[in-house]
Design a protein around this ligand. Structure first.
Ligand SMILES: [Zn+2]
Length: 394
């Protein structure tokens, strides 16, 4: 499942910085299968590339045939170059054509550096654009690295953690302790924001909304002998399917409930073996693997279905969540709507946080095993009758 996006860019530049950018990894291989281009890319292809070729050719032609005739002759020459060069170099795909023209314009720009007038202005424009393209390539490379699974993904993340901390230590040793506190504080703030935010895409791709037409209900922390049967009846009455993110130990304790959830057409997601909500964010690779892998085995053993989605306890992932989840074929799912129903006692307050502006594609986070679980689900389903559909295809 992909997050919603209208970004059809063929270049790294517009893929990363263009509007509609989904800001998740996996863009590189998707790019090849996409048709069309980003709307701003179309303008660059249709106007800026030809204009630059025209500026580049009109100078020498004007020197040979005079200013007016030179500028006029540069028009057919530009059209010919734009058609012939990709043909001669056998550059057919749109991403390759983008790279070809950017390279051509950059080479010309480097030669024009320091020149005045239009040519000089265009030269600086292309150099800036090339720098942005390289930065965008760096962002896409980072995202690809964040998709590595298993041991390579874990090793990469250990390096990611150790290398900047080592650099801070070296800086502190060389230039004094203020560097240690400034660098350490900056690193701590960065890593905390990546790990503790359920929405951060830096450590790996997280599904925060769907590209479906409906609203997706997700219910965490079950199964629960009191709540699960009531929630299932409620969902049936509203002809709605949900994803239940279940805790492995609870599935072992109530296997019939887990089977009943599947029998009624809902999906079960992996929510760790023991739900270590206070410690999961700082868990090492082996603890992370045990929590996710054991839960996966239990759910598959009890229901016959292996979960497709993983949700971290309270949304706190650690450095090793994504490599382990990727290895087990699990997509990490977060949410974009929640009412803090696990701690709030008033269902009205929970609903007032969830319901306003609820829109198609939203993923709603609810909990069971709370005193208000049934009231909250009832309130959500009452407001959006038949709006919730089956779990998205993986
Ligand atoms: Zn939970």
């Amino acid at each position: 499942m992909r997050p919603p996006s209208d970004n059809r860019a063929v270049s790294s530049l517009f893929r990363v910085f263009g509007a509609g950018e989904p800001r998740v990894a996996g863009d590189v291989e998707e790019r090849a299968s996409r048709q069309g281009m980003h709307r701003h890319e179309t303008a660059v292809f249709a106007v800026l590339f030809p204009l630059t070729i025209w500026v580049a050719t009109s100078g020498p032609l004007a020197a040979m045939a005079g200013p007016f005739l030179g500028c006029l002759l540069a028009v057919p020459v530009t059209l010919l170059v734009m058609q012939l060069l990709p043909f001669i170099l056998a550059v057919r795909s749109q991403p390759d054509q983008w790279r070809l023209w950017l390279t051509v314009c950059l080479l010309w720009a480097v030669m024009q550096c320091g020149a005045g007038g239009w040519a000089g202005m265009f030269a600086y424009f292309w150099i800036a654009l090339a720098v942005l393209e390289i930065a965008a390539d760096g962002v896409l490379f980072w995202r690809e690295c964040m998709r590595w699974s298993g041991a390579p993904g874990i090793a990469w993340r250990v390096g990611l953690f150790v290398i900047p901390h080592g650099m801070v230590m070296v800086a502190a040793f060389k230039w004094g302790w203020p560097w240690f506190f400034a660098g350490g504080g900056l690193l701590a703030a960065m890593f905390c924001s990546w790990i503790l935010s359920p929405y951060s895409q830096v450590l790996g791709p997280v599904i925060r909304s769907t590209d479906g037409e409906r609203i997706l209900i997700t219910i965490d922390d079950g199964p629960d002998p009191h709540d699960t049967p009531l929630l299932l009846d409620l969902l049936d009455r509203h002809d709605t399917k949900a994803i239940f993110f279940m805790i492995g130990e609870k599935v072992l304790a109530h296997p019939d409930l887990a089977r009943e959830v599947v029998r009624r057409g809902h999906e079960i997601g992996n929510h760790t073996l023991t739900h270590p909500q206070a410690r999961f964010w700082c868990a090492g690779p082996s603890r992370t693997r045990r929590e996710i892998e054991e839960c996966q085995k239990i759910i598959r053993g009890v229901t016959g279905n292996a979960p497709r989605y993983f949700r971290a306890p309270v949304g706190h992932r650690n450095l090793f969540t994504h490599p382990v989840a990727n290895e087990l074929g699990l997509a990490v799912m977060s949410w974009n709507r929640r009412g803090f129903d696990a701690v709030e006692k008033d269902p009205g307050k929970v609903l007032s946080r969830i319901l306003p502006d609820l829109a198609k594609g939203d993923i709603v986070l609810l909990h069971e095993a709370t005193p208000i679980a049934v009231e909250v689900l009832n309130g959500v389903l009452d407001r959006i009758p038949h709006a919730c559909g089956k779990a998205p295809a993986g």
